[in-house]
Each structure stands twice: as structure tokens, then as C-alpha cells.
Design a protein around this ligand. Structure first.
Ligand SMILES: C[S@@+](CC[C@H](N)C(=O)[O-])C[C@H]1O[C@@H](n2cnc3c(N)ncnc32)[C@H](O)[C@@H]1O
Length: 229
């Protein structure tokens, strides 16, 4: 499809993030330049070959919007039997995470610096992921911004593509209204069932911020049916 047709049939999509100007420190800049080739995954013409990337077949976890990545690096270090792919668009966060990842020298974590929607739609192979983590997604609290919330039926359709049968989506939020929104969306997704799991989630930067504001933290997990869809 050429770009002309693309513009006609697919009007610009509402994104779940705005590119913030956030200052990239000199150290983060160096990390983005020098450490990216080792830990980063760039778009390929086909899908990513996760077996080749990690050099093994292990249960795989994708984290969307890892922020500064500190909890993701700690989680990967604590779970060497799992392989992790972190997705984030915020450059300073990616730079910060690269520095942590390089210091920890983990072989089970790789980073993607791109819109997660496109990564789910085309970069990751179908039925390749065991768990998707979405910790403290941007809450977009104003009603007119609710359409920017990443959890929408279209997002769940993308998860359904990449999750293995029986795979899990795990969300945490400190915004009561976002938790209700997620429950509303998921009620319509009858092949996902609500479950209680302990994934060993570690406290994140935005979780601490929510706690300082006096918000309750809500953890919601859903398992995709294991029957053939
Ligand atoms: C509120 S922050 C939470 C960060 C981290 N998970 C934490 O709890 O500290 C949400 C993050 O999601 C990222 N994000 C939002 N939409 C995204 C998308 N479509 N693709 C990749 N990252 C996204 C933002 O850049 C931001 O860093």
C-alpha cells in the first residue's frame, strides 16, 4: 500500500503518549549511542526472531511503558529463567534503563524504543509471549483524553495476537477511574478471564508517586483462554 492510500484509509491514530521534551543527560545520550547496539532491538523487515535474539526458548514477558526501567531491570535480574522485552518511547527513560541494564549485564532483557502499538501489531510474532505487563500506564484523567488510554478494544485485539494461548495481561494503576475503565473494556473480551496472580511485581517510580498522592494501587490480571480461538 502506498502512503497516499494509507493516509486515506487510516486517519492518524490517537496515541497513548505525547513526546515529552524531557532532558536527556550526557550519560543517557552516550548510553543511547553506545549501549543501544548491544541491548536494543530495531525494526526488522520481518518479525523479530526472539529465539535467535535470546539464544534460547524461555517464557517471555513484554513490559509496555517501562519508564526509567529500574523495576524492569530488577525484575529481569530476579527472574533469569524468563526473557524480557521492554518497550518505551521516552528517550531519557530508555537511556536510564540502558545504563542500569549494562551495569547489571543481563542476558535476558532487550529494549525497544518505539510505539508499543506498532510493536504489538507487527514486530512481535503471533502467539510468542507468555505475559504482557502494563504498569501504571498514562492515566489521561480528563474525560476528553480518555480516548488516549492505551487499554482499548483495539489494544486487546493486538494482545490477543501476540499472547500464547493461556497467556496473561497484567495491569497496575493508581487511578481508580482507569481501573474501572479497564474492567469495563475487559468485560467485553469474553476470551479473557480475570485471575489473581502474584507475578513478583516490583514497586515502580510512578507507583511511589501515586502512593505519595494517597492513591490506592489496583492490580488487574487477565488470562487469555487456552482453547484454540
Ligand atoms: C506513567 S508512565 C509509567 C512508567 C513506569 N511503568 C512506572 O510505573 O514508573 C507511562 C509510560 O508509558 C510510556 N508509554 C505510553 N504509551 C506508550 C506506547 N504506546 N509505547 C511505548 N511506551 C508508551 C510513556 O512514555 C511513559 O514513560
Amino acid at each position: 500500500m502506498n502512503s497516499g492510500e494509507d493516509k486515506i484509509t487510516h486517519p492518524r491514530r490517537v496515541r497513548s503518549f505525547v513526546r515529552r521534551a524531557g532532558r536527556v543527560t550526557a550519560g543517557q545520550q552516550r548510553a543511547l549511542r553506545e549501549l543501544w547496539p548491544r541491548w536494543g532491538l530495531d525494526e526488522v523487515s520481518d518479525e523479530l526472531d526472539l529465539d535467535a535474539i535470546f539464544g534460547r526458548q524461555a517464557p517471555r514477558v513484554v513490559e509496555i511503558g517501562f519508564g526509567d526501567g529500574e523495576s524492569l531491570v530488577a525484575m529481569a535480574a530476579a527472574n533469569p529463567e524468563l526473557d524480557f522485552v521492554g518497550i518505551e518511547v521516552h528517550e531519557p527513560g530508555v537511556g536510564h534503563c540502558l545504563l542500569q541494564l549494562d551495569a547489571a549485564n543481563l542476558s535476558n532483557l532487550r529494549l525497544i524504543r518505539h510505539d508499543a502499538i506498532e510493536v504489538l501489531a507487527g514486530w512481535l510474532p503471533a502467539q510468542s509471549i507468555d505475559r504482557v505487563q502494563l504498569f501504571f500506564p498514562d492515566p489521561w484523567p480528563k474525560k476528553r483524553h480518555h480516548k488516549r488510554r492505551i487499554v482499548q478494544p483495539g489494544f486487546i485485539a493486538l494482545l490477543r495476537r501476540i499472547l500464547k494461548p493461556g497467556g496473561v495481561m497484567q495491569v497496575a494503576t493508581d487511578w481508580a477511574n482507569y481501573a474501572e475503565h479497564i474492567e469495563d473494556v475487559m468485560r467485553q473480551e469474553t476470551d479473557f478471564e480475570r485471575i489473581a496472580i502474584d507475578s513478583g511485581r516490583l514497586e515502580t517510580k510512578f507507583e511511589r508517586r501515586g502512593q505519595r498522592l494517597g492513591h490506592d494501587i489496583v492490580d488487574l490480571s487477565y488470562r487469555l483462554a487456552s482453547a484454540v480461538r
